[in-house]
Design a protein around this ligand. Structure first.
Ligand code: AMP
Ligand code: GLY
Length: 424
């Protein structure tokens, strides 16, 4: 078997490392990949959103199975096109990927099928959005761009002035481009946030072990929202009782709702949940594995990943027993100083062995390149230092210990990943 993984982040590196455990796969290729992925898979220089050349690559390389991970190619119909060429894929079709690519679609789906989420209203006229906020007079309030905005399309505002400014920025100044032409205004929720990724073949849904991301750039949840600065798994807030409630009120109803709408969801469905005082509610859906959630979740998966992906494709997920380790995992992201705003690239990364790894941890490469035997920084999130241990405290200690061995110019990381949970 030859497998193509599409994407270039730490998430794709984690998926590839896991796929390497499967004996039926002879070769893994990746496009575009990165400096670290190059050590585990042959990389091809085709961008993830370049549908035409990606299909050409898959055909030329006689790929037997394709794993499509990033949101953009999924929303653009990469799976649809590959399947038309007869190449089986893991990942949803475009008509199901809309659950992430349109927040308005997701909110309307939840309302129609009574899936718990924040109360909301949808606007495509700035003056109407402003009038609604002035009347409501409840702060904080949450404003969301409808479309994909690299995880930055959500603004939480505390007063009328900031709300008016945010509406102008999104709808008139188009700070998120077309993504902000339509916006969702929603009720502010409180409670611990939990990420639950789930395998779905459209009939059966199997939640993975829970995890918790840290979205803000700096310690104490300060600074700008990022793609994610670190993760832990499992989340101690996500009890068996909460998991059962979520299955009945959120996971199964979502899969059934998508089927009712003629949008069968096959792949990994990501539930961003908030455990509010009135029960678990959906903050967002993603139509893919989370990054850096994947780096801790797959680290605890005992069942063979490729077997699961094939079962999702074949719609035989009900026949698999998926098993998880009882250990805990932690992943701390090393980022380029300045991220998520402007940052410089091309700095040499010191401390990694020739394979781009370190003894005692798994280093998932995100924004790196490999040139003349050296690893260089090549993105905002550069590396994920991931460890597994019998307790979360031990995993976190080990990740932070290992970070001391890595160095690059302007390296930035949060020093408090998992701290709230461990101290609680
Ligand atoms: P999203 O991209 O929808 O996940 O939103 C990014 C982050 O904004 C979430 O992880 C939450 O921390 C926060 N957020 C989004 N919606 C709400 C809400 N309704 N109430 C409180 N916080 C929210
Ligand atoms: N870590 C959040 C996401 O992947 O969207």
């Amino acid at each position: 078997m030859k497998v193509l993984v599409i994407g270039s982040g730490g998430r794709e590196h984690a998926i590839i490392k896991k796929l390497k455990e499967n004996r039926t796969i002879d070769k893994i290729i990746c496009a575009p990949g990165n400096g670290g992925i190059q050590q585990d898979a042959q990389c091809f220089n085709v961008e993830a959103i370049d549908l035409v050349n990606m299909v050409e690559l898959a055909k030329c390389e006689k790929v037997d199975f394709c794993v499509v991970t990033p949101d953009d190619p999924l929303a653009m119909g990469m799976v649809d096109i590959l399947e038309m060429e007869g190449i089986p894929c893991f990942g949803p079709n475009a008509n199901a990927a809309i659950i992430e690519s349109s927040k308005v679609f997701a909110k309307n789906l939840m309302q129609k099928y009574h899936i718990p989420t924040a109360k909301y209203a949808v606007f495509n006229q700035a003056d109407q959005a402003k009038e609604y906020i002035r009347k409501q007079k409840t702060y904080p309030v949450v404003l969301k761009a409808d479309g994909l905005a690299l995880g930055k399309g959500v603004l939480i505002v505390d007063n009328e002035e900031s709300a008016m400014q945010a509406i102008d920025d999104m709808m008139i100044n188009e700070s998120f481009g077309d993504a902000g032409k339509q916006i969702v205004i929603e009720e502010y929720m409180t409670g611990p946030e939990v990420s639950v990724l789930a395998f779905s073949d459209g009939k059966t849904i199997v939640p993975m072990i829970s995890s918790m991301d840290h979205k803000r750039a700096n310690d104490n949840d300060e600074g700008l929202n990022t793609g994610g600065m670190g993760t832990i798994a499992p989340s101690p807030y996500y009890t068996k009782e909460i998991a059962d409630t979520c299955m009945q009120t959120i996971y199964l109803p979502t899969i059934q709702a998508m089927n009712q709408e003629g949008r069968k969801f096959k792949g990994c469905l990501y539930f961003g949940l908030m455990l509010t005082p009135t029960g678990p509610k959906v903050v967002e859906y993603n139509c893919r594995f989370g990054d850096p959630e994947t780096q801790v979740v797959l680290a605890l998966l005992k069942t063979d990943l490729f077997t699961i992906m094939q079962a999702v494709h074949d719609e035989t997920l009900d026949q698999l027993q998926i098993e998880w380790s009882n250990d805990s995992a932690a992943c701390v992201i090393l980022a380029s100083g300045g991220y998520p705003k402007a940052y410089k690239k091309g700095y040499e990364i010191h401390g990694l062995n020739p394979q781009g790894q370190l003894d005692g941890a798994t280093i998932y490469h995100a924004g790196t390149s490999y040139q003349d035997g050296k690893y260089l920084t090549n993105g905002g999130r550069v590396l994920g230092v991931s460890t597994v241990a019998p307790t979360l405290t031990d995993a976190l200690k080990l990740s932070y210990l290992k970070i001391q061995e890595i160095q690059f110019e302007n390296m930035h990381y949060r020093t408090d990943i998992g701290r709230k949970v461990v101290d609680a």
